[in-house]
Design a protein around this ligand. Sequence first.
Ligand code: CAA
Length: 692
Amino acid sequence: MTAITDKVNYHAEGNVGVITINNPPVNALSVGVRAGIQGGIEAANKDDSVSSVVIVCDGRTFIAGADITEFGKPPQEPSLHQVIGSIEMSNKPVVAAIHGTALGGGLETALGCHYRVASPKAQVGLPEVKLGILPGAGGTQRLPRVVGIPMALEMITSGNPIKADKALEVGLVDEIADGDLKSTAIAFAEKVVAEGRPLIKISDRDEKLQAAKDNPGIFDDFRKSIARKARNFEAPENCIKAVQASTELPFPEGLKRERELFIELMEGEQSISQRYFFFAERQAAKIPDVPKDTPLIDINKVGIIGAGTMGGGIAMNFLQAGIPVTIVETTQEALDKGVALIEKNYAATVSKGRMSREAMDKCMSLLSPTTELEDVKDVDIVIEAIFENMDVKKELFAKLDGICKDGAILATNTSTLDVEEIGDVTERPEYVIGLHFFSPANVMKLLEEVRTTKTSKSVMATCMALAKRIGKVPAMVGVCEGFVGNRILHRRSEQATQLIMEGALPQDVDRVLFDFGMPMGPFAMSDLAGNDVGWRIRQGKGETSPIADAICELGRFGQKTGSGYYLYKEGSRTPTPDPVVEEIILKASADAGIERREISDQEILERCIYPMINEGAKILEEGIATRASDIDVIWVYGYGWPVYRGGPMRYAEAVGLETVYNSLVAYQEKFGDYFKPAALLERLVKEGKSFS
Ligand code: CAA
């Protein structure tokens, strides 16, 4: 065994040279890996005892891509281009042995090899678009030459990987290993030599490009097909252009075009934000005072109290992860309705071809519906998802405390109530935690976890791990009104309402925020969620909101009643501005003695967004969130903040903290202390520092 670098070894096994990469955790293509592969190829070509080469990785995966931590730093030789070039130019056939995930530069490296063997569970893909860039080491030129233009466009613009069997079917891998991957790849390499198979250079292949050369309209059709999903994103367009170049230019020129398009993206704000977000998401999984080796509680069975939309949605996450769920309702009728909704949701997924009938049956078989609270006595965690009423929740938690086995976690899905107060009615406050799922709970990725001062480390670590098991992205926060997500949302809602009192209309505010990149504006969102929810909460607290109340008094609860801030045609979700609402708004302004004025889009944007950033700063000051990036994770995954703007806190840094601060001060002078900058924001600006 020869160490080529500290991350790559070379040795001969029989007449096959084996290059082994070992760069935990994901064998990213750091400089030592690149140099090692290149050195390994040179060594194998000089080694007379070998006639072929296998590239294989130690650890949990094949190369998962370029080393993202090297981005933005001065480039170090050899470049990945040079490495892949040297593999492709090798005089001896090179076989990639793929396990885990061959992603980004990892798949590009494999595409530089003459052949590819994969383990059955391997996945391959080019996820660069998710980082706001494109595959910059030949991926946009080589992949289409193997799988054809339509599939290459789909893979490169979605960033989603494909599984080994699919990769075999489309010719992206040449063989699936039944047994040990390395031995299979070595045997494959020997076979290539024995049979005198050619050194297949993908860069020389053109036959899969012909169909698109004959029909260049395919690119515009594809653009149109992804327009909604790709709205405002820059990377998908450059991906399409790069793939198109593969049909218009010879391979070396295509590579140059790919490079130009890559650099354009790499230097842009969107990619900086998306790369920031990649690490933000992974950071959020770590809680500074909860060590990595904290013992976890085994979770094999889950109880859910409440089979409404939320309870049912939460249940679906666990069922899909193969975890049995006991779901409890107070009446048989409500229970049947809840179970029927779960079944209907699964059936819809099956009919769209996104789930097999067997998988659906398996999920339904793991569900135990009951009207007996006692039936959760043996579960490992209970998640309460009943309506938001402190007294009712306290009563329920006291009962659950008596019913559930020792060591079971008691979680609440409350979005507003004090989790500490709920936990204090039990004899096990250290086992009580908030698990705030976002609606629709089976779809939204965020899980806002709420620790009290008593929640144990083990319970926190278990719930963070559980979130990952069910495919959620968790962020741990502390107790405060609305926690992190809704507390910040309230600031935006207040300003949206204030702006329509002063002169804007709902469609103005919504348009500005939609154009900014949000999936919809605050008024369309309120219509979707149901305006009656806030109305009832206000009534309970004895509060009023002239416009919102007037709208609810007319029974305009939103989409579900066909009207709210907007009108909705039967069966349509498209909001249409309504003169009735405008009248309500004008009257409310007049009643409040406000002389309406023209409000610019810039003011709408700043007054909606800057108070959110300011609230985020207060949340950090109070220690409710650990890091600014956790707030960003919550807003991207819970509220659809555009990932290419990183999240509200990252956006503040892109705009400049000083700019945000100065605007807040100007609004404070005009409108009062509502806009007073948070002490943390002021300090950071004075010290020239950033949130991160
Ligand atoms: N570079 C640097 N670090 C990386 C990395 C990369 N490409 N991929 C993962 N990591 C780090 C993570 O930050 C994390 O670090 P911490 O433990 O310190 O938080 C660690 O590796 C483990 O990652 P995950 O927690 O994500 O592990 P997982 O098992 O859940 O997922 C994975 C593994 C599927 C490979 C996932 O990490 C992933 O999707 N990685 C990114 C893949 C990617 O985007 N590749 C393309 C890179 S760009 C490129 O290659 C450009 C080009 O064309 C040249």
